[in-house]
Structure formats: structure tokens, C-alpha cells
Design a protein. Sequence first.
Length: 156
Amino acid sequence: MRLHVCAIGRIRTGPERALISDYLTRFDRTGRSLSLGPCLEHEVDDRKASTPAAQAALLQRALPEGAHVVVLDERGEMRTSPDLARMMASLRDGGTADLAFVIGGADGLDPDFRAQAQSLLSFGPMVWPHALARVMLSEQIYRAATILAGGPYHRA
């Protein structure tokens, strides 16, 4: 199953970019034997769309056809890392070809776009800067693969 991180805005060279690249590279190595990966990033240029509705249209085009869509939203469900790993394994085992995680812009996601997602995921009630949300998501994707692989990275 291919994974996708679809996000409004571009992350330039810097510590956040380095962390995202590191975690996604680790995921690709770990996930390969689990039939997970690669994890592709789709950065939507926020200069081309300033409203949530316009951003939703660009995000929709970035999503692979038929993908299971998980939107990151502070009103979403809070899951443990093992829960996320189980969700990914269940989708993979059920024949899902593409799993897309979506991070909206600074003004959030269009309500209609959010309503079409199969899942809403929250990193807690706090609001996080988008660059940090992408770092945390990348780390959790890698952590999920290590949990499924039985590796020592996640200490339960």
C-alpha cells in the first residue's frame, strides 16, 4: 500500500525538512518488507489558493484516485501509535492501494472536503504549526511500520 502526505504549503530546506525526509526514508526501508510504501509527499502551493475551498480543489487533485483519506484535524479522533499501525495494516490487508493523509492550510480545511474523508485524526486538542504537524505525522508513519515489523523503536 502506497502512502501519501498531501499538504498545503511547501517546507523548504531546514530542520523540519531534514526530519521529514529522515523519517520517510526510514519508513520506506522498514515498510518495504511489510508491503507498505513508498510514502510520497504532495505539497500544494498555497500561493495558488488562498481560501480553504480553493485549497480543497488543489488537494483533491493531489489525492490518488480511490485513496483512503485521513484528514488531520484537531476535532478528529486521537489514536495511539499502535492504533494507527493497526489501522494501516487493516487497510493494507483489506486491499487498499493508497492511503492519503491530508494537512490543510492555516485556515483549516474546507468543511465539505473534510466531510468526505474516511477518517479524521488529531494529534491532540492543541493546534500545531503545519511544519511540525508534518514532522509528527512522518514520525508516526515510521513508528507504525516499526510496530508492525516488531522492531525495538516503539517501546510499549
